[in-house]
Design a protein around this ligand. Structure first.
Ligand SMILES: [Zn+2]
Ligand SMILES: [Zn+2]
Length: 228
């Protein structure tokens, strides 16, 4: 493997994301959406381009509009919602059909667009680095991909040896999670209650994340887990 001095920030973002306790693609996509909201609220609420795309999309999808409400900028959120409502009233007063489901379905929620773009970019970057030892070592020690992202990665790898290796790593993560879940359930029984809980205590959260991906509804997933 030759040294590559050209490695740029997305590569290191990916490498760092592989150290997180989340699916790296979900983590990076969620980070991009959060950055987009921060940027929108602090600098771009009045940006004509953003305002235009928000109006056409009727704002954000349900999930992302609720996520926006978790941010601390009440007046920024108010301005976003007002702009979308004003446009809806204006459109509806001119032509009620213009407010139809059909039109709305054509325009993707801007936050969903950011999510999809980020996951596609980093998925491609991971695939480009299947021969890169630091990335592969980081992957072996990572949380693993959620099943959705694992299938997306796996389906794009043509080399049989690489596919087998990826599958082996992913399966070992799933198997150890199954053991943790079983241990968690066992420790809830009267007989084993005295043992107390270890790292398996939050295994159910990690299992849902592995099965369905990381929620981007919650800004601080770890904080949420601590409250449960
Ligand atoms: Zn994922
Ligand atoms: Zn969305």
């Amino acid at each position: 493997m030759t040294k590559n001095p050209e490695k740029h920030s997305p590569y290191f973002n990916l490498k760092d994301a592989l150290k997180e306790k989340h699916c790296p693609l979900c983590f990076l996509a969620r980070k991009s959406v959060t950055r987009f909201f921060d940027n929108l609220l602090y600098e771009r609420v009045n940006d004509p381009e953003i305002r235009g795309s928000l109006r056409l999309a009727d704002g954000f999808c349900q999930k992302h509009f609720w996520q926006l409400l978790e941010f601390q900028d009440a007046t920024g959120i108010s301005a976003v919602a007002r702009g979308v409502l004003e446009f809806a009233v204006e459109t509806w007063s001119q032509n009620p059909k213009g407010f139809s489901k059909r039109r709305r379905a054509k325009v993707l929620c801007p936050a969903c667009a950011i999510w999809h773009e980020t996951e596609e970019n980093y998925l491609g970057l991971f695939l480009e680095n299947l021969n890169d030892p630091p990335i592969m070592v980081a992957y072996e020690h990572s949380f693993g991909f959620c099943l959705i992202h694992f299938m997306a990665v796996y389906s794009k790898v043509e080399d049989k040896e690489k596919r087998t290796k990826l599958l082996k790593i992913q399966m070992s993560k799933m198997e150890s999670l199954i053991k943790e879940l079983a241990d968690f359930e066992r420790k809830h029984t009267y007989e084993f209650r005295h043992e107390g809980f270890g790292k398996e205590a939050d295994s159910r959260f990690r299992a849902v994340e592995l099965l369905k991906g990381c929620s981007d509804l919650l800004r601080d997933w770890d904080e949420f887990k601590r409250k449960i």
